[in-house]
Write a protein that binds this ligand. Structure first.
Ligand code: EPU
Length: 349
C-alpha cells in the first residue's frame, strides 16, 4: 500500500487486536492473535521490527505449513509483500524476482503464461513464495533448489539486509539453513529464480506424471501440459484447503538404513522405497500410516485424509491440539509397528 511505503513510524491504530487467524492458515484453525499487523512493504517491515523489538513477534506468511494449537500471544506480522520482476534475460534463460507475499501457485501460473520453465512440477503447492525456500518445497521430482539463485532477507534483530545465495541456504530434503542454524533470525523478503525460456528441461520421471500425460494422449508435453498433469494428480489425491483444512504432507518421508529396510521387506514385501545412497533408503510415510490403519479415519471434525494418509485434515472446527494429539498417536504407532521415527513436516505452534 502506498501509505505504508512512506511511513516514518507505525501508528498504533494500524495494529489490530484480538484477531482470528482462521482465514490466514490453510488448516483453518481458529485461534486468536493478541495483535496483528499487515506488512505490505519492506520499509514498514524494518520499521515495525525496530519499534517492536521488545515485544514477542510472530511471522505469518501463507499459513500453509503450520498447525496452530493455541492463541498467539504476540504481535503477528502478516508478510504480504507483493510484486514480480524480471531481473535478467538471455535468449534461453531468465532470472525472476518474486516478493515473499506472492502466492506460490499464482507465481507458477505467471511464469507459465510467459513460457518460463522450471517450476511447472511445483504447481498447486500451497503457501507463499517467501516461505518456499525455508522448507525447500518439492514435488514430482523437482525441488525449489533446482531453480533457486538467491533470496533477500532482513535480519530481525538489527534490520539489516542480507542476500543468501544457493550454497548459503544449505538446502536439503525439506530443509534449509532457515529451519536449522538460522531459525527465527531472518525474514525472507524476496526470492530470485533462474528459469528457462527455451529448451525446457522436463521432469517426467515421476510415475504419475507420465501416466497422466498418456491418459490425455500427450506425446510431446509442454511445460503447461506438465503443470496441468500435476494439478490433476494433486487435485485427485490432496484435499483443497479451501474446502477441507489441511497443511499438505504432515510428516516427512523417513530415511532409514538399507539394513533396516531389508528387515522390513521381509515382513512387508510390497513396501515402496526410493534409494538415497548405497546406505540409505527413503520410505513413504503415507504408506506406513496407511498400513497402520489410519487412512480415512475420522474423529469428529478432524482425521486422516482418505486419499493420502500423509495429510491430516480439519473438516470444520477442529482444535489444533486435537490434530496434534492425533499426530502423536500416529508417530507412536509407526514407531511401535515399524521401529521408524517419523518427523512432522508441519510446524507445530
Ligand atoms: N502411499 C500409500 N498410501 C498413502 C499415501 C501414499 O501407500 O496414503 C504410497 C504411494 O502409493 C506411493 C508412495 O506412498 O507408493 C508415495 O506417495 P506419493 O507419490 O503420494 O508421494 P509422498 O511421498 O506421499 C511426497 C511429498 C508431497 C509431494 C509428493 C509428490 C513429502 C513429505 N511429501 O509425498 O509433498 O506432493 O511427494 O512428489 O515429501 C507436501 O509437502 O505438502 C506435499 C504434498
Amino acid at each position: 500500500m502506498f501509505w505504508q511505503k512512506h511511513l516514518k513510524y507505525i501508528k498504533t491504530e494500524m495494529i489490530a487486536h484480538n484477531v482470528s487467524l482462521k482465514s490466514f492458515n490453510t488448516f483453518g484453525i481458529d485461534v486468536n492473535a493478541s495483535s496483528y499487523f499487515n506488512v505490505t512493504s519492506t520499509e514498514t517491515l524494518k520499521l515495525v521490527l525496530k519499534e517492536h523489538k521488545e515485544q514477542p513477534l510472530f511471522f505469518l506468511g501463507g499459513g500453509s505449513n503450520m498447525l496452530l494449537t493455541k492463541d498467539i500471544k504476540a504481535l503477528v506480522l502478516h508478510l504480504n509483500l507483493k510484486g514480480i520482476d524480471i531481473l535478467e534475460e538471455t535468449e534461453d534463460t531468465v532470472t525472476v524476482k518474486a516478493m515473499a507475499g506472492e502466492n506460490w501457485h499464482d507465481f507458477v501460473i505467471w511464469c507459465l503464461n510467459k513460457n518460463f520453465g522450471g517450476i511447472e512440477n511445483l504447481s498447486l503447492i500451497p503457501g507463499n513464495t517467501g516461505t518456499a525456500p525455508i522448507q525447500n518445497i518439492g514435488a514430482y521430482g523437482v525441488e525449489l533448489k533446482d531453480v533457486f539463485v538467491s533470496c533477500e532477507t532482513i535480519n530481525i534483530k538489527d534490520q539489516t539486509t542480507r542476500v543468501f545465495d544457493k550454497t548459503e541456504c544449505k538446502f536439503d530434503y525439506r530443509e534449509s539453513i532457515f529451519k536449522q542454524q538460522l531459525k527465527g533470525q531472518y525474514i525472507i523478503t524476496s526470492v530470485n529464480l533462474k528459469l528457462t525460456k527455451s529448451n525446457h528441461k522436463l521432469h517426467l520421471d515421476y510415475g504419475a506424471i507420465k501416466q497422466e500425460l498418456e491418459k490425455c494422449n500427450i506425446k510431446e508435453p509442454t511445460i503447461q501440459d506438465i503443470s496441468n498433469a500435476v494439478i490433476a494428480i494433486r487435485q485427485n489425491k490432496l484435499p483443497d484447503p479451501k474446502e477441507i483444512g489441511n497443511s499438505g504432507s504432515f510428516f516427512k518421508n523417513p530415511i532409514i538404513s538399507v539394513d533396516q529396510f531389508k528387515d522390513l521387506r521381509q515382513n512387508f514385501p510390497e513396501i515402496p522405497s526410493y534409494k538415497i545412497s548405497e546406505k540409505e533408503v527413503k520410505v513413504p510415510a503415507g504408506w506406513l500410516i496407511e498400513k497402520a490403519g489410519f487412512k480415512g479415519k475420522r474423529f469428529g471434525d478432524y482425521g486422516v485424509h482418505n486419499k493420502q494418509a500423509l495429510v491430516l485434515v480439519n473438516y470444520g472446527n477442529a482444535k489444533g491440539e486435537d490434530i496434534y494429539q492425533l499426530a502423536l498417536l500416529i508417530k507412536k504407532t509407526i514407531k511401535r509397528l515399524f521401529n521408524i521415527e517419523i518427523e512432522t513436516e508441519v510446524n507445530i505452534i
